[in-house]
Each structure stands twice: as C-alpha cells, then as structure tokens.
Ligand binder design. Sequence first.
Ligand SMILES: Cc1cc2nc3c(=O)[nH]c(=O)nc-3n(C[C@H](O)[C@H](O)[C@H](O)COP(=O)(O)OP(=O)(O)OC[C@H]3O[C@@H](n4cnc5c(N)ncnc54)[C@H](O)[C@@H]3O)c2cc1C
Length: 498
Amino acid sequence: MRLALGPLRTARALHSPLSGTMTNERNIVIIGGGIIGCTTAYYLTRHPSFSPSSTKITVLEASRNGVAQGASGKAGGLVASWAFPRELVDISFAEHVKLAEENGGAARWGWRYTNCGSWEGRGAADGEGIAKSGENGGRASTGLPDDLDWVGGDLTTAYSPIAGHKASAQVHPYLFTSGMMDLAKEKGAELIKGKAVNINKDGGRVTGVTYQESDEAQTKTIPATHVVLAAGPWTPSLEPSVPISTTFGCSITIRPKPSVTISPYVLFTEIQLPESDSFGKARVVSPEIYTRPDNEVYASGHGSVPLLPDNIDDVPVSDEDCNRIFSYVASISQELREGTIERRQGCFRPVVSTGGGPIIGEAGKIAKGLYIATGHTCWGICNAPGTAKALAELIFEGKIKCGRLDKLAPNETGKMAEQIRRLSRCWSVDVQVHEARTGVNRRLEHVLQSPYFPHNMKSLLEQTSHHAAICAILLNDCSANQYLAMNGSSGMAEVEVG
Ligand SMILES: Cc1cc2nc3c(=O)[nH]c(=O)nc-3n(C[C@H](O)[C@H](O)[C@H](O)COP(=O)(O)OP(=O)(O)OC[C@H]3O[C@@H](n4cnc5c(N)ncnc54)[C@H](O)[C@@H]3O)c2cc1C
C-alpha cells in the first residue's frame, strides 16, 4: 500500500528542485475500476515507455467488492466490428483480437467469434409447447439458420444476420475487466478499494486525488501527475461540468439443463407477446439474448429505472423486472424455459448527455493532467481497448497515434452537441413511432428513408452499417435514440422497448 502524502510533499517529489520543471516521474491515478479504468491500467503497463521505477499506476475503485461491479461486469459482452463510433471501433476490434491472442482470452475471458442477428416472431403462451425448430417446416422462408435450434422455428417470422463472418465476437465482461486489472497488477499497477472524493488541483494542474477507503471515515491523498477519470455514470460527482447522464438496464443469466447445448448467437429480438395490452393492442418486447461459451445464457431488457445511488454497491435489482425478462425469452425457447435463473442484476451505463461520445482525452480546460474517459453508452465493452490504447499514448507520448479521435476530445463535445442541435432543428418530419406492432427495423428504415432526415445524422447512423445495429443502438437507449428524440415536438422518434 502506498503512503498517503500531503499536496506539498507531492509537489516537491514531482518537480525538479533546480529548474522547477516536471521530472519524468509519473504518478497516474485512475478513478474507476470498470472496464475503461482497468483496461487503461493494462495498456499503460504495456506501453514501451512504461517502467515501474518511474511510473506508478493506481486504480481507485469505490466498490467494496473490487472491480467490474457495474455495467462492466453485467453487460452482454458483444464486441462488434460494426459498432460505433467508427474511428474507435476500428482500433478496438483489432485490439480485442490481439489481447485474446496474447493473453489466452478464450480460456481467460470467454473470447470467441459469435453469430449475431435480429430475430422477429411471436412468443408462445405459458402452457403452449414450443415446437423444436423446423419441425413444422418454414425455416428457409424465415431465414432461421440450422444451428439456431434453440428458438421455436414455428414462432419465427424472420431472422436476419448482422454483419459477416468474424465481424461479431464476445467476451465475458466481468472476466475481461478483472483479467485486465490482474494483468496490469502483474506489471506493478495497484488497486485500492476506495472512493475518490476530490481531484486536487493547483495552478491549473492536477496534483492528487483524495479518497476514502471503504468503511473508513478518514480520507487519504495520493499524489498524481496524471488523473484518468473513468468513473462511468458517477463521473459528474467529481467533475460536474462533464456532460454525463445514465440509462439503466436489467439482466439475468440462465443456466440451461446440463443435457442442453446452446449454439453461439447474440440475438436482438422482437417478440410479440401472446397477451395484448390493456387497450387490446399487441405487445412487442425486445430483450437481447447472448449465449456464452460455458453454456450460460445472458438476457437483458428494460425495467423500472431507479435513481443512481452514491455507491455502485447500492444499485438495486428488481426481481419483478428480471422475472419478466425471463418470461419473454422463455416464450420463444423451450431450452431457456426449462433453464433456471442464476443471476439477477441491474446496472447503469454512462451516456454523453449532449449526444455522441464517448469522451476521451485531456480536459485541459479543467486542469492539465486530467484525462476523461467515459460515456461509452452501449459499446463500452467493445470500445475499451481502443480507449485505453489512445489514453496510454496520450499520457506517455503527448498525442494519440493509433487513430484519429479528435472528435471525441473533451473540449469538442460541446461543439458536437451544438451541431446536432442545429441538425435536429432542420428535421421537421414528425416521426411518431409508437406502433409497437411494426418491426423496429422497419420503423428505422422508415426514419432513415425520410427525405427530411438530416443527411449528416443519416450517415452517422449508417456508420453502424446495418439496420439491426441501429436497432441495437435504440434498444440500448443510446446516443441514436437521443439524436432522434432531441427536438421534442418537431422531430420525434419514440421506440417502445422491452
Ligand atoms: C444491460 C447492458 C448491456 C450491455 N452490453 C454491452 C455489450 O454487449 N457490448 C458493449 O460493448 N457494451 C455493452 N454495454 C455497455 C458497457 O457495459 C458500458 O459502456 C461499460 O461497462 C462502461 O464502463 P465504465 O468503466 O465506463 O463504467 P462502469 O462499469 O460503471 O465503471 C465505473 C466504475 O467507477 C467506479 N467509481 C465511480 N465513482 C467512483 C469514485 N468516486 N471513486 C472510485 N471509483 C468510482 C464505479 O464504482 C465503477 O466500478 C452494456 C450495458 C448495459 C447496461
């Protein structure tokens, strides 16, 4: 455990006594032990300029239970070459492949390529049997692949694959995040279970981080030449000017019967439930289903939204919402219906409230040496390696060399928000998309085909290269949804989701 030093002692230790300029010594404090913080610690320790004798890396994590207790441990784990933003995905996808190869990712964090597609159909009622896929014919006409044999073939209306061979992969997000931290520790990084309560600054530079260890009233200070703020949804509690808000998601994991093997698929579903709503309208829900190499099945959806608690350990879980997700996925799969729920979980994902994002880079206007890395919405698992590699270059070399991420720099986010506001003002088409009977993909095609839909926004959405990907963005309540909903009365798209 490092000694806690006061700010004066810190300044003396880090400045050359003769010239007053900074020495090469670096004290890097990362606030947040989610996937962004832990992967950043890993990439810093693997940078060619890293030496444990001159660089100290500390990850501060507020949870009593260690790293990956939030979205980073409770996400689906999809890693997609068709995710967004393009420039970050291009770095991240290749890095995921490399990380898995170099560190035995298949065994260590469940890395594998997977199939990914959107599935549309109806859910069977409770007492109704779900015919094994294909028994009553009709597979070819729906596009259902032969090995996707754990969803009811007769319930399927349409299946369409998203992207091609090796374009989608997956990790187990908890194992990946904790694996990154363990690998960083092997090279000298340190993890402290403590909550940062202040980022200390002096003369326009960061000087340290004051934190409180779990269950201790007293605070301590770690000196810092560089602070990486990767506190996800909690980022504004330390720097209120960073435009981060949050959305909530619930999820469950299901263990099928031991005799059952579930083939590798990530499905974005659209299930018409057997029962109608109170107005007699069909109800369509959209849980996502991820099968994992150890035969665990993860399913996520929406539920009642709690307030963000002060500490990640107090995020509530609604049994009712989790049971509802189970009933949705159980309505299309006999194999899942016969499985048991192993985990019920809820978590918040960080969203850039002004649109776009994530925010990656030095926030020099707040303080030199302060780096922001958050707002990854529904693609933080996918985009963590690119974020971390970029930060390591920025910290050690003064600039990002692995790609062009200028648009994501903290000082750019305000500009981007203004651009989006301007675009959405021009968009006067009234897109009321309450009709849950129409498929999400079709609704989006309708939106995209509108001649009034702003060209720039269209190309932004098209960067995801597939409508089902756009559908995924919307289902995750992410930036696209914000863009679409931005201009209230004149341009509005509301998508009813699970
Ligand atoms: C249901 C769901 C499914 C998802 N599926 C996918 C997917 O398939 N693929 C994908 O790419 N992305 C997915 N995501 C998104 C992804 O999970 C997030 O983008 C990502 O986990 C965000 O990581 P983070 O490190 O920024 O935040 P977090 O995981 O929230 O980590 C932030 C950490 O900071 C800590 N912290 C906060 N304040 C302090 C403080 N003051 N001091 C010290 N520590 C602090 C918190 O305790 C927390 O551990 C999903 C998200 C959800 C909700």
